[in-house]
Ligand binder design. Structure first.
Ligand code: MCA
Length: 511
């Protein structure tokens, strides 16, 4: 049993129902039967390129039908889909492709010149195909020459519960990002939990505004809709006013977003004019939901946001209930099939309710491990198989969990994770920089704003703007500092470790 089985069942049950509709140009709309046919053709095309079960297929594309077809066809063939953020510059792409040993890479034609020097260096990469999603005929002609593959005869191996379906790179506190291996079993178990918890229905209409290269937009929203036999309306790039208009005009029933997006909806000048009373489920996740956004949503739209908590490595873990109290500041209760506990960071022992400790998760939603990183994989699990999330929180006596910080040094900006060491590694490469520390400062728009505190060499001279530009050449723009603060030295403890808590106190107010 995999997510692809439920999708196939839905193709039989609802062949003529719209599965996907892109609501901005190029306008595209496919029924379940058409989507199935296109996925089969795409699978045939990938087979004609020699793709084998277990091979990695990397996708760095806009939010487009081609992305979804390639992703689903890759899963159908038992190969591994590797979605990549469009913001990653060539340096980062080189690392992801080489670390994963990617065999086929689909990228944007408009990025071809920047990517060519990188892809030509990668011995395991068999082919790099540049696509023009604005011109759907290009992809149609690629796949229409391929025989339709009866993938069902090919997938026995690929759909096995334990087989890796997708690799998503997540940054770590040390070293370079790690590829989280998510299995077919992880995908279906999390979909089944959410289907039950959020009451997904085949007559739901999801408005999908998130990127599809992350767990939230791809597994929770897009797979969620296809798993339910529902219709997904896809907005290629988020636009706040258009989101409100579409929710109303298209009678959408489900909407999922991150706090930055909810804040932007509240900032639409006449937001309260939009009647969202028909939207049965609006969720918030990927970052802590600020209390004023929770309250603002109630005041403006009369809707109580449903906050939930997940991670790339685990999918969704906890959720406020569909029916029952959606508690402000809390991420709710464990989803069906997911166990959660709070332990002492020092002893690893389970803590009583109300005491703050590290949150650990167990269940068939939890990933298999980090790609080719057995030590990092075993370090992230306890001896008895619980995944250490690195998030701090407590459990209340009635089972609700509240998060209150992280034991790992992580910044979350606009729902995207950024690990300071990745940014620090780039900054210290600049010849004028002697030392640096990267922190997240509270920010109304982004939740946290990446801020770098920099100490220059004695003879060093560089402006903040030039340092930001230096980072943006080497890192995705969302990871690059939005502000640089120069200092003569950094506060350090007796071991020489930078005291970031101290820096946050002194820098964030002025930074
Ligand atoms: C864009 N920019 C950002 C971010 N996004 N800066 C910091 N943090 C960000 N998240 C910068 C760009 O580099 C650019 O800078 C400027 O903002 C405008 O870029 P643009 O692309 O136009 O931004 P936008 O379209 O307004 O995007 C904001 C957004 C987007 C809609 C909030 O960031 C977004 O879709 N976030 C959701 C991410 C997500 O899906 N996370 C889920 C991860 P400049 O102009 O200087 O070049 S999965 C997860 O976390 C777990 C599993 C979970 O629980 O869900």
């Amino acid at each position: 049993m995999s997510f692809l089985n439920t999708f196939t069942d839905n193709v039989h049950k609802f062949p003529n129902k719209i599965a996907l509709e892109f609501i901005d140009p190029p306008l595209q709309r496919v029924t379940y039967a058409e989507l199935d046919q296109l996925v089969q053709q795409t699978a045939g095309y990938l087979r004609s390129l020699g793709l084998q079960p277990g091979d990695r297929v990397a996708l760095q594309l806009t939010k487009c039908l081609e992305f979804i077809l390639l992703h689903l066809a890759t899963l159908r063939l038992g190969a591994i889909s590797l979605p990549l953020n469009l913001a990653y510059p060539p340096d980062e792409i080189e690392y992801f492709l080489s670390d994963s040993g990617t065999r086929l890479f689909f990228a944007l034609e408009s990025n071809a010149a920047r990517l060519q020097p990188v892809v030509s260096k990668l011995p395991e990469l068999q082919e790099c195909i540049f696509l023009k999603p604005a011109e759907p005929d290009q992809f149609n002609s690629l796949i229409s020459d391929s025989p339709i593959t009866n993938y069902r005869s090919l997938t026995a191996q690929g759909e096995a519960f334990q087989d890796t379906a997708v690799i998503i790179y997540t940054s770590g506190t040390t070293g370079r990002p790690k590829g989280a291996e998510i299995t077919h079993g992880n995908l279906i178990s999390n979909l089944q939990s959410l289907h039950a918890a959020w009451g997904w229905r085949s007559d739901d209409v999801l408005l999908h505004v998130l990127p599809i290269f992350h767990v939230h937009g791809l597994f929770i929203a897009l797979h969620g809709a296809l798993n339910a036999g529902a219709t997904a309306l896809l907005m290629r790039e988020f636009d706040a006013r258009k989101t409100l208009e579409t929710l109303v005009e298209k009678h959408c029933t489900v909407f999922m977003a991150v706090p930055t997006i909810h804040q932007r909806l509240l900032d639409v000048p006449d937001a309260s004019q939009f009647d969202l009373s028909h939207v049965r489920l609006i969720t918030s996740g990927s970052d802590r939901l600020p209390d004023d956004v929770f309250a603002g949503f109630q005041q403006t739209f009369g809707y109580t946001l449903l906050e939930r908590y997940g991670m790339t490595e685990t999918g969704m873990n906890l959720s406020n209930p569909l029916i029952g109290e959606r508690r402000i500041g809390s991420v709710g209760l464990p989803l069906p099939g997911v166990d959660a506990r709070v332990v002492s960071a020092e002893t690893g022992e389970r803590l009583p309710d109300e005491e703050i400790g590290e949150l650990e998760i167990r269940g068939s939603n939890v990933f298999k491990g980090y790609w080719r990183q057995p030590e990092k994989t075993s370090a992230s699990f306890t001896a008895d198989g619980w995944f250490r999330t690195g998030d701090l929180g407590f459990r209340e006596a009635d089972g609700y969990f509240t998060l209150c910080g992280r034991s790992k040094d992580l910044i979350i900006s606009g729902g995207l994770n950024i690990y300071p060491p990745e940014v620090e590694r780039v900054l210290v490469e600049h010849p004028a920089v002697a030392a640096c520390a990267v922190i997240g400062c509270p920010d109304k728009e982004w939740g946290e704003k990446v801020t770098a505190v920099v100490v220059l060499n004695e003879a060093g001279s560089v402006s903040g703007a030039d340092l930001i530009a230096f980072c943006r050449e080497r890192l995705a723009a969302y990871k690059s500092p939005k502000s640089i603060v120069f200092r003569n030295d950094l506060p350090r403890n007796a071991m020489g470790k930078v005291q970031k808590a101290e820096l946050r106190k002194t820098v964030c107010q002025v930074g």
